[in-house]
Design a protein around this ligand. Structure first.
Ligand code: MN
Length: 740
């Protein structure tokens, strides 16, 4: 050891350190002379203070503060103060430099940050309460200066990058802590790439075999993947260039730990993880055009590839709490592979990559900074509450950090990750289908709780089963995971089919009594008569005694065949008196005509289309607004302000595209979404502006905004939708809002 040390060429080493420092300076571009002077001073102080120290790897200690400062500048976009503090971050704790020295040399602000950093130990103590106390200190400093936490994260990231030279047991301890405390913290602050890197580095030490295996698989599939990506992006690139966009296309490969997470939660091998990579399209566009451009690009992408609308995520209209903005869609490639495409602006990308600091830089533009402020103030409230002790605090805080995940322990201490809101049943099904099906309750931290009990991070759960137990309808309301839902449903379906079989036999006997033939026409007749959508459902309800078969007599029976009713005569719509008031007026606006002096616009509450029965309403400051007669606001306007309403008719030559909103209700069925979008894309001349789908307990609701020419055009489309299997109702929508 001694000998090696003597052999080090100190002069060469000094040069290398200076080079590393210059590298740091280059990453901080927008600096003044004064900034450079301050950073240089911090560097000199730090070099001098650490001059006798070496890291475990044998290299001079100063490389560490330089690297941490570089992460702050390059990867977080932080400025001079943070760089100065990062260079000094270990001096007070490990060298003769005192906080007073720091204040004398660099001022009170730097002192405050170094003080905050010094209070956070490198590795937390074994006992949980001490750990909580330390973590509390760390977060407390958020309210003083967020840079404390950011520099601490940079420090941790560099330590993780150089963890190799540590002792094995220390590696494991630091890695677990990184996974448990720091990665979620980075996530919460919106530092996505740092979060993924921390997770991957931690994973590499906690699960070395799995890590190596996935890494190898990623490497061996790389060529095929790259070829696929080139082919996939080429038409999009061409189209974007043709449209004159300035853009970059990046490929983002999923982190190793996320791939593993997916394999584990879905129970699938590496080969079946469909979103190993995502395509990211980054547009160079001014803030005010970000949203329309993103949707325009969405439309270009989906011109080439069919999107899966239930995987559409619009975080541009409603950014996530940590400020993340992006438009995500998943589309089908020609080879039948799902590909995630993320569309965002340069600004959004920078916020996503560098998090908070980038946020501050774009302060003037509309960001969800207020949401972040709210989060900070929630934490502050928590800490200022005198009733909460340190352990409560860390529990509350953890809940906050893992806002979308909870960590649950098995009786043997194995960790399971579940989404927030998960219950005993979710946990049981997560372990095994049989355990889920037979679950009657559980012991949580040794206390008996029911099936519906919602789990909290840190709970230790022992499931109690009974061989007599079986799933029932109510269970679906107790679970949040897709896996549990699907398992319960398939159990119930099995059960339902058995019951339906009984119902079928009952109906067969009943038909015999009444001399009705047991044929499909008659069954369909009954479905209509009792307003039930499927035969199985009909049989099931009969078996359950929910259908009054005595009513069968009301149906006419000719030679064993039930007769359908005469077609229903539709009641003519009641014409309101108010309408006639307007019809009596003489003046009429001809919509589509270029009237020189009359300004009119379509009311946004009902989006009238050519062909709709409409009237005009004279507003105070926005000219005449055209409303539909069926507009939710029409009655009010015409009854209360008839004097301001005027007749309006369409001049029919005008073929412009108009906005219409449609809602589709139905039964959540596999493929229904695809059928609907297929119709839109095959229907001549229909353009989709936006689309969103929601399913809830097997019921499905789709909302779309389309561009059509007139009511006839729209009705054609709606009729097509009605024919899709599973669709029950298609309605044209008006807003409820009263803006006129
Ligand atoms: Mn350090």
């Amino acid at each position: 050891m001694e000998k090696e040390h003597l052999n080090i060429d100190l002069e060469k080493e000094r040069k290398e350190i200076l080079n590393a420092f210059r590298g740091l300076l280059r990453t901080h571009k927008r600096r003044t002379k004064e900034d450079t002077r301050m950073i240089r001073k911090a560097f000199d102080v730090s070099v001098e203070a650490h001059k006798e120290m070496r890291r475990k790897s044998g290299e001079p200690y100063i490389y560490h503060p330089i690297a941490v400062a570089r992460i702050c500048a390059e990867e977080m976009g932080l400025g001079t103060t943070a760089i100065v503090c990062a260079l000094l971050h270990d001096t007070v704790e490990d060298t003769h430099i005192t906080l007073d020295d720091v204040e004398d040399l660099f001022g009170p602000k730097v002192r405050l940050i170094i003080d905050g950093l010094t209070k956070i130990p490198e590795v937390f103590d074994e006992s949980a309460s001490v750990q909580a106390e330390n973590f509390r200190k760390m977060v407390l400093t958020i309210s003083d200066d967020i840079r404390v936490v950011l520099i601490k994260l940079a420090d941790r990231l560099h330590n993780m990058r150089t963890l190799e030279s540590m002792r094995h047991d220390k590696q494991i301890k630091i890695a677990s802590e990184t996974k448990f405390l720091y990665a979620p913290l980075a996530h919460r602050l919106g530092l996505y790439s740092i979060k993924s890197e921390l997770e991957d580095l931690a994973f590499r030490y906690t699960e070395p075999e799995i890590y190596a295996d996935i890494k190898k698989k990623l490497k061996s599939t790389e060529d095929v993947r790259n070829r696929f990506i080139r082919k996939f992006t080429q038409p999009i690139k061409d189209a974007l260039l043709h449209e004159g966009y300035v853009f970059k296309i990046k490929v983002r490969t999923k982190s190793i730990s996320s791939i593993w997470k997916k394999m584990k939660t879905k129970g699938i091998p590496f080969e079946e993880v469909y979103d190993i990579f995502a395509i990211r399209i980054i547009l160079d566009t001014p803030v005010e055009l970000e949203k329309p451009d993103a949707w325009r690009v969405y439309s270009i992408v989906t011109d080439f590839y069919q999107p899966s609308p239930d995987r559409l995520r619009d975080w541009i209209s409603t950014p996530r709490a940590n400020g993340y903005e992006s438009l995500h869609t998943t589309v089908m490639s020609p080879t039948g592979k799902w590909v995630e495409v993320q569309i965002r602006s340069v600004r959004m990308d920078e916020i996503a990559e560098k998090g908070l600091a980038a946020h501050y830089r774009y302060k003037e533009s509309k960001t969800s900074e207020s949401k972040f402020d709210r989060w900070i103030s929630e934490i502050r409230d928590l800490m200022e509450n005198p009733d909460s002790n340190a352990m409560d605090f860390i529990n509350d805080f953890k809940l906050n950090l893992f806002s979308d995940e909870i960590y649950i322990f098995t009786p043997k201490g194995d960790l399971r990750v579940l989404p927030t809101g998960a219950t005993i049943l979710d946990f049981a099904y997560d372990i095994h289908t049989d355990i889920g099906d037979k679950c009657i309750g559980a012991k949580v931290n040794n206390r008996l709780v029911p099936l519906s009990y919602q789990l909290i991070s840190g709970d230790q759960v022992e499931i109690i089963t009974s061989s007599k137990q079986k799933p029932n309808e109510e269970w679906t309301r107790f679970v949040v995971t897709a896996r549990a839902k699907q398992k319960i449903k398939s159990s119930l379906n099995e059960e339902r089919k058995n019951i339906a079989q009984d119902g079928r036999e009952i109906l067969e006997r009943k038909f015999k009594q009444h001399n009705i033939r047991f044929i499909s026409e008659n069954i369909t007749m009954l479905e209509k008569f009792y307003k039930i959508s499927t035969a199985t459902e009909l049989y099931y309800r009969i078996a359950k005694g929910k259908i009054d078969l005595a009513k069968l007599r009301e149906l006419e029976n000719k030679n064993g065949i039930l007769q359908s009713d005469k077609p229903e005569v539709k009641k003519p719509k009641k014409t309101k008196d108010v309408f006639s008031q307007i019809d009596g007026k003489k003046d009429t606006i001809l919509i589509g005509d270029d009237f020189k002096d009359i300004e009119y616009t379509m009311a946004s509450c009902c989006d009238p289309l050519p062909g709709d029965k409409v009237f005009g309403f004279v507003t105070i400051s926005e000219g005449i607004k055209i409303h539909r007669y069926s507009c939710p606001n029409a009655e009010h306007l015409m009854s209360k302000m008839a004097y301001r309403c005027i007749k309006a008719t369409w001049k029919n030559s005008d073929l412009r595209e108009n906005v219409a909103k449609i809602t589709v209700h139905g039964i959540d069925r596999l493929g229904i979404v695809n059928r609907l979008t297929e119709i839109i894309s095959n229907q001549h001349n229909v353009n989709m502006k936006s689309i969103s789908f929601e399913t809830n307990d097997g019921i499905f609701e789709g909302n779309m905004t389309v561009l059509v020419y007139d009511t006839e055009h729209l009705e054609q489309l709606m009729r097509k939708f009605e024919q899709v299997e599973g669709v029950q109702r298609v309605v044209r929508k008006s807003h409820e809002e009263k803006s006129f």
